[in-house]
Design a binder for this molecule. Structure first.
Ligand code: ADP
Ligand code: ASP
Ligand code: MG
Length: 439
């Protein structure tokens, strides 16, 4: 079985959905197709949900009607037959009806996950009806029947595997299976999601759960590039990456992959291939357990970082000091990305500032606290061997005009992280592109 995932842009227009069908049909063997919502829809559904939460029901309904109108056009172009158009219209009528019903309910809670889930439900239903129209044998699979989270909010891979294997045993291997990315159920059975960009995660979780031959992630670019193409002009695709390298890049801001989606594939050793729906002939990127030492592969950047420095003379020779500090972060379920220490201070970074004030208050007894907001982590990824000379020199020579606030080197063989003020981000990525890749 091959898992083939298509992102929002790949299903964003009726003609793109036609290409998706061509790509799916060209994949050999049995395939399980994971689709995102049509591009823009999740943003719009979140906006509708926010209006709804703020009590602006008219605003929410108005947005809903505008979104519906877009889908009316979509349906007219997706299907060629009257019967197909009718089936497509039934789909959008059914789910937009559901959205209106939700919006008209009395206010209950901030984020309405069931409302936001309609994006993926609509895109997969439309695609499934399209396959029916052109007589491709297909099965519609609801992700809500197998994609489960544990109590701690993490995917429950064992349960997913158990449920999915049972369902798949009843499906003949000639049918194209179509399911939703992103959406899932939490441990209480409520509709939930895998966070923004989560369809990639759905694909690799399925790949790991059924030990698929390969997971293909089809998007709007020809693979993982060596630098962020949204910020730097001259970037190039990377043919191969190890799971470790791809995982670091995803976690540290390479938007092409959901931050944690590499993990399940790595655990079960399922190759992940990144491909371009707009240019299927392009080679893309293959992510496997193969390592290619001694090479800088790519740079990624993650914004919205807060740096916290705890200065204390008591840190000298004080065993247990770091444990006490870390316990504060654990208490507020805030994970730490970077850490550097000196004899009298420890600096660390977080990307989730919800409990920043509480954390600072609890850290105060341990020393003087300094906080810097609006920081970015620039992450240089590759397979660095410890005895390779000159890696640091190339990086710091490139960054000679940029103030670097923290450095983390040696934590893993795959990552050198630097913390800079976000105002220097664009310049830093550009000079590193020149200095490390000559681009
Ligand atoms: P999809 O909707 O298919 O999930 P995304 O928008 O989530 O697509 O991811 C693809 C986008 O990721 C690209 O269009 C590109 O702008 C962005 N991106 C950021 N960093 C990188 C990178 N290093 N390599 C490739 N794409 C990247
Ligand atoms: N539709 C969801 C989002 O926009 C999930 C995804 O596209 O991967 O975040
Ligand atoms: Mg994405």
């Amino acid at each position: 079985m091959i898992v083939v995932k298509f992102g929002g842009t790949s299903v964003g227009k009726p003609e793109r959905m036609h290409s998706v069908k061509d790509i799916v049909m060209s994949v050999p063997g049995q395939k399980l197709v994971v689709l995102s919502a049509v591009s823009g829809t999740t943003n719009e559904l979140i906006a509708i949900s926010d209006e709804f939460s703020n009590g602006n029901i008219e605003g929410a309904l108005d947005r809903t009607r505008k979104l519906y109108a877009q889908y009316v056009d979509f349906v007219q172009q997706l299907y060629a037959t009257e019967e197909g158009k009718q089936k497509g219209t039934d789909v959008i009528d059914r789910y937009f009806q559901q959205i209106e019903t939700l919006v008209k309910q009395p206010f209950y809670g901030k984020a309405n996950k069931l409302l936001v889930a309609q994006g993926e439900i609509i895109s997969t239903s439309l695609f499934y009806e399209y396959l029916n129209e052109i007589r491709v044998p297909a099965v519609f699979l609801s992700a809500l029947d197998f994609m489960y989270l544990k109590d701690n909010g993490e995917p429950d891979l064992e349960l997913i595997s158990e449920k999915l294997r049972k369902i798949l045993a009843g499906i003949d291997d000639k049918s194209v299976i179509v399911t939703q990315g992103y959406i899932c159920r939490n441990s209480s059975g409520g509709v939930d999601n895998l966070k923004r960009g989560g369809s990639d995660y759905t694909a690799t979780l399925i790949g790991a759960a059924i030990k698929a031959e390969e997971v293909q992630i089809w998007t709007d670019i020809d693979g993982m590039h060596n630098n962020d193409p949204r910020i730097v002009e001259n970037t190039m695709p990377i043919a191969e990456l190890s799971f470790e390298e791809a995982g670091e890049l995803a976690y540290f801001g390479a938007k092409i992959l959901h931050p944690t989606c590499i993990l399940p594939a790595q655990q079960k050793n399922v190759p992940v291939r990144l491909k371009n729906t707009l240019n299927p002939a392009a080679r893309g990127t293959l992510i496997t357990s193969n390592k290619n030492p001694d090479a800088i592969k790519a740079i990624a950047v993650k914004d919205g970082i807060t740096a916290i420095k705890i200065k204390s003379t008591r840190m000298i020779l004080a065993y247990g000091f770091l444990r006490k500090i870390f316990e504060v972060f654990e208490k507020y379920q805030t994970s730490i990305d970077m850490i550097t220490t000196s004899e009298v201070a420890v600096s660390l970074t977080i990307d989730e500032p919800t409990y920043l004030n509480e954390i600072i208050e609890e850290l105060k007894p341990y020393g003087t606290i300094e906080v810097d907001k609006n920081q970015s982590i620039v992450c240089i990824v590759g397979d660095f061997v410890a005895d390779k000379k000159g890696v640091g020199k190339d990086i710091f020579a490139s960054l000679e005009d940029i103030p670097v606030r923290m450095i983390s080197y040696g934590g893993s063989k795959n990552n050198i992280s630097l913390l800079i003020d976000t105002i220097y981000k664009t310049e830093a990525l550009k000079v590193l592109n020149k200095g490390l890749f000559n681009l």
